[in-house]
Ligand binder design. Structure first.
Ligand code: C2E
Ligand code: MG
Ligand code: MG
Ligand code: MG
Length: 277
């Protein structure tokens, strides 16, 4: 039925389509300008261990305050940055800036174990490891402070180049986590051979994690599997006490979400979490 409707009315979508194309192109230009004008911002969201009030890990999240349209979600502009190729430059800017922030915090007395940075699949080409190494080297940044978040589908893709780059970085001491875990199609046995140390349970499973839901069973299975493979687990999207209690009970190592803290600018993060002042 839907198909029929779609076919009969397809002409109606024409103007819509070209309008979208137009706005897509102008947004792509804006994206390019923003990169040149240094308009992008980073925010940081803490991750907490059970019963600890100081965060030890943090995830870096990219923000684009568009001059006319206001804040645009990364869900909207990252895909555009990917298809336009801008993600290469943008991704390296994010990485360098996040590492610089981590070092600035350290200088000011805020010591964290690790900073995580999201990496798009497109970024991992033949020179990725080298580009990362250059940044770490430039900044004199300990590779063990860095964790790169990649998606499940990328990690499982089996693309030789990707695996090679990941192994190169792993050998330098950079760690990898699988973001939004549980939404892809990984075979559990395959995880074992992947060079990752952290699984991030997707927030869709955390949302309805009350005791007898199927999401509870999925989260439980992920945590149990991770434990038996010696991996850590981060739950993302924790918004309330019930979710926290449940995840504690299941033995989840790290918790992240609005319940503990929204993503904050570097200065806000320092003010809120620096206990040495
Ligand atoms: P993600 O890496 O899975 O990040 C988690 C998202 O959940 C973030 O959205 C975060 O702000 C949001 N979040 C945190 N706590 C809660 C909570 O308690 N409840 C709910 N409902 N949401 C929560 P954000 O910042 O809009 O980013 C969306 C996605 O965009 C990210 O998902 C990531 O895939 C991508 N992204 C963000 N920054 C970058 C980047 O620098 N590079 C790349 N390649 N992708 C990025
Ligand atoms: Mg992430
Ligand atoms: Mg995620
Ligand atoms: Mg997500």
């Amino acid at each position: 039925k839907a198909k029929e409707l779609g076919r009969n009315r397809s002409w109606m979508y024409q103007p819509e389509l070209s309008r979208n194309m137009h706005s897509r192109m102008s947004l792509e230009k804006d994206l390019r300008d923003a990169l040149v004008q240094n308009d992008f911002r980073l925010v940081y969201q803490p991750q907490f261990r059970q019963n600890e009030s100081n965060p030890l890990r943090v995830e870096t999240l990219l923000r684009w305050p568009h001059p006319l349209r206001g804040l645009i979600s990364p869900h909207e502009f990252i895909p555009l940055a990917e298809t336009s190729g801008l993600i290469m430059e943008l991704g390296l800017w994010v990485l360098r800036s996040a590492c610089e922030q981590f070092l600035a915090w350290r200088d000011q007395g805020l010591t964290l174990e690790k900073i995580a940075v999201n990496v798009s699949a497109i970024q991992i080409n033949g020179s990725f490891a080298e580009s990362v190494a250059k940044i770490l080297d430039d900044l004199n940044f300990n590779p063990q402070w860095l964790e790169l978040e990649v998606t499940e589908s990328l990690m499982m893709s089996g693309i030789t180049e990707v695996t090679q780059q990941i192994h190169l970085l792993r050998n330098m001491g950079v760690e990898f986590s699988i973001d939004d875990f549980g939404t892809g199609y990984s075979s559990l046995s395959k995880i074992k051979s992947m060079p990752v140390s952290v699984l991030k349970i997707d927030q869709s499973f955390v949302r309805d994690i009350s005791d007898e839901s199927s999401d509870y069973e999925i989260a439980r299975a992920i945590i149990m599997m991770a434990k038996s493979l010696g991996l850590s687990v981060v739950a993302e999207g924790v918004e309330n006490q019930i979710q926290e209690d449940t995840l504690h009970r299941l033995g989840c190592d790290w918790l992240q979400g609005y319940f503990y803290g929204n993503p904050l600018s570097g200065e806000e993060f320092l003010t809120k979490y620096n206990t040495n002042q």
